[in-house]
Design a protein around this ligand. Sequence first.
Ligand SMILES: Nc1ncnc2c1ncn2[C@@H]1O[C@H](COP(=O)(O)OP(=O)(O)OP(=O)(O)O)[C@@H](O)[C@H]1O
Length: 321
Amino acid sequence: MIEVEGLTKTFPSRRGRERVEVTAVDGVDLAVAEGEIVGFLGPNGAGKTTTLRMLTTLIRPTSGRAVVAGHDVAADPVGVRRSIGYVSQSGSTSPEARAGEEVVDHGQLYGVSRAAATARARELFAQLELDGLWERKPAAMSGGQRRRLDIAMGLVHDPRLVFLDEPTTGLDPQARANLWEHIAGLRSGRGMTVFLTTHYLDEADALCDRILVIDHGRIVASDTPDALKRQVAGDLVELVVADPARVDAARAALAAAEPEEAPLVDGTRVSARVRGSAARLPALIRRLDEEGVVLDGVEVRRPTLDDVFLTVTGRSLREDA
Ligand SMILES: Nc1ncnc2c1ncn2[C@@H]1O[C@H](COP(=O)(O)OP(=O)(O)OP(=O)(O)O)[C@@H](O)[C@H]1O
């Protein structure tokens, strides 16, 4: 559905009196299959928006190739635009227009007949829980309702692929979770392909089949959330030792489990990140038992996407957002 090779965008810029080139996107390769929900993440200034703008034909690539929904972004931008939905961060509804009419008008802009656009809009209103809001002005809707209306606008011409730019920014947790269900429903109900940017790691984790991380204009990670967590960070294994005098024996046992770094000791807590901890845990427990180290507790915490992010970009997305 999306095939990108060596996609690059440079902007002319100035440093003092000197003319310089800023490379916003630096040779990006990526592929998105039909029916995938892909999350595009990166720290501020990493190149997300610039990539999205190239894929949606709002700006031309400096070099490289991108084929989106079967059309080349440079050779056939009109073909790309007809085949995709794009829901920008700011949305595209005017606050004073009537919701239903606006979605129908938007469909007609794409060359859909009035009757077909109305039928499609009614269907989208039902699917996105906007029933009863046809006559309502967006100014009088909740944030979650407005975002769902933005999505209805982006889908009225029935694209196979939709780009969502930070779809849930500014929504409360309940409205966000509700929107995730709707986005997942677009895929399960209509077989749509979804490419979304987000600053929320929990969103990427809950919603996306695959995550692409971009940093300094380059893709630095691409995998399922689970595989990323498995590969990059290792599980955090924490032992709570009953007898403070045995903390050192526990530390040595954990060190023997080939952790990623030397175990940390904090009072009676001994912890370290261990890759493939499930396979190593039995031997660790056996060794502790043989050495007579009694534990008050063992905790194994799967790495979060934030751990992954920190590992691949050296920055925490949370600090950055
Ligand atoms: N029109 C432009 N002229 C000059 N530099 C630009 C332009 N657009 C973007 N850049 C630079 O390119 C880099 C990538 O910007 P981009 O907006 O794509 O990042 P981003 O990942 O979307 O960031 P954010 O999360 O803050 O939206 C940044 O260093 C930015 O300053």
